[in-house]
Design a protein around this ligand. Structure first.
Ligand code: ZN
Length: 348
């Protein structure tokens, strides 16, 4: 059973002017998914957890920005008076989802939160990205640290947002307790310009970072092939105790922020595969990242909830085939990733 966590506090992060990352995104989802639990109260010691991942100076800078009204902290990312509350609630929702899964109440959780998080590193912008890409605190990364502190020794983070999670990669690059796997649009063609095949982790963390950069116009068949040949075998071999999913719906073909061409069939494939893996793990916590087409956000969220609850899983969209020229490029990326990652994993 999947539990949903959401709070109206997420609406208080408001753009100073028209912006695609706005409260309407989570409102659209929450109006169409049915029951959820609200974060009646924030997690008490939330700052203690923020500071396990983020530099104190960075948290202070965000808190000061919240006191300044409506400001842009870089070309993409805004802070409003309610941002500090919204962002702390986003982290809190992930921690509460992890609690519910670890205590056996739920076997999956869906944290419908904003602002998103995966582009933020220890001190804000990560890996020399030009901006923080709408993100304030790294919700998923803080969740992973929290789970480890609560006795979990292997966490896998699967990032299927269209963009590379440069913040998450930076935070866990030297850490073997967190396996980070990201499928994303080729960084040479899209923000944040990071997430290359050769980034495999460093020191003790070597072999625990997996990037699958896909060319623009990659569609369902090619994306699923990357999942089947790289991602699922690595996750099964790693045997995580908890899986956190950076769930971006912006890889969907109707989302104009990126150029991938997935239908909801690929999302359904991911959800079903994770439902099947749930028996091997303590649980799966899905955390909303990007996704700016409301219809996709709504139908994708419903699909997630239905699949996790073993209900009707009909996808009302055709499977999109990748055109041959792009498919050849994806196959060559898959081959290159396997060549690099087979130093660490049993891939064929
Ligand atoms: Zn994204």
């Amino acid at each position: 059973m999947i539990g949903i966590i959401y709070d109206d506090a997420h609406l208080e992060h408001k753009p100073p002017r028209s912006h695609i990352e706005n409260p309407g995104r989570v409102l659209a989802i929450i109006r169409s998914v049915g029951d959820y639990i609200a974060m009646e109260r924030p997690i008490n010691n939330i700052d203690e957890w923020l500071l396990r991942v983020h530099d104190a100076n960075y948290v202070k800078q965000i808190d000061e920005a919240c006191g300044m009204g409506y400001v842009f902290i870089d070309a993409d990312t805004y802070v409003s008076p309610g941002t500090c509350k919204a962002a702390r609630h986003a982290v809190g929702a992930v921690l509460r989802g992890i609690d519910k899964v670890l205590n056996g109440e739920w076997n999956a959780a869906y944290a419908i939160v904003r602002p998103p998080g995966h582009h933020v590193g220890h001190g804000g912008r990560a890996l020399m990205a030009p901006t923080q890409g709408f993100c304030i605190f790294n919700n998923v990364a803080i969740g992973a640290v929290y789970a480890i502190e609560h006795g979990i020794s292997r966490v896998a983070i699967l990032d299927i947002d269209a963009h590379h999670g440069n913040g998450t990669q930076e935070i866990f690059y030297k850490d073997p307790k967190v396996l980070y796997i990201s499928l994303h649009q080729d960084p040479l063609t899209i923000y944040p310009g990071t997430g290359f095949i050769d980034d495999v982790g460093e020191g003790e963390g070597e072999g625990f970072n997996v990037n699958v950069p896909l060319p623009p116009f990659t569609a369902d068949d090619a994306y699923m092939s990357a999942l089947n040949r790289i991602v699922w075998p690595i996750i099964r071999e790693y045997r995580p105790q908890l899986i956190l999913v950076s769930l971006g719906f912006d890889a969907h073909m109707l989302d104009n922020i990126a150029n991938l061409r997935l239908s909801l069939n690929t999302y359904a494939h991911v959800f079903k595969e994770l439902r099947d893996i749930i028996g091997m793990v303590r649980g799966v916590v899905f955390v909303l990242e990007g996704g700016y087409n409301y219809d996709t956000l709504i139908r994708g969220s419903r699909l997630l909830i239905n699949i996790m609850n073993n209900k009707d899983t009909e996808v009302d969209e055709d499977v999109i085939q990748t055109e041959p020229r792009i498919l050849a490029r994806v196959n060559s990326v898959i081959k290159d990733v396997i060549n690099v990652q087979r130093n660490y994993w049993n891939l064929t």
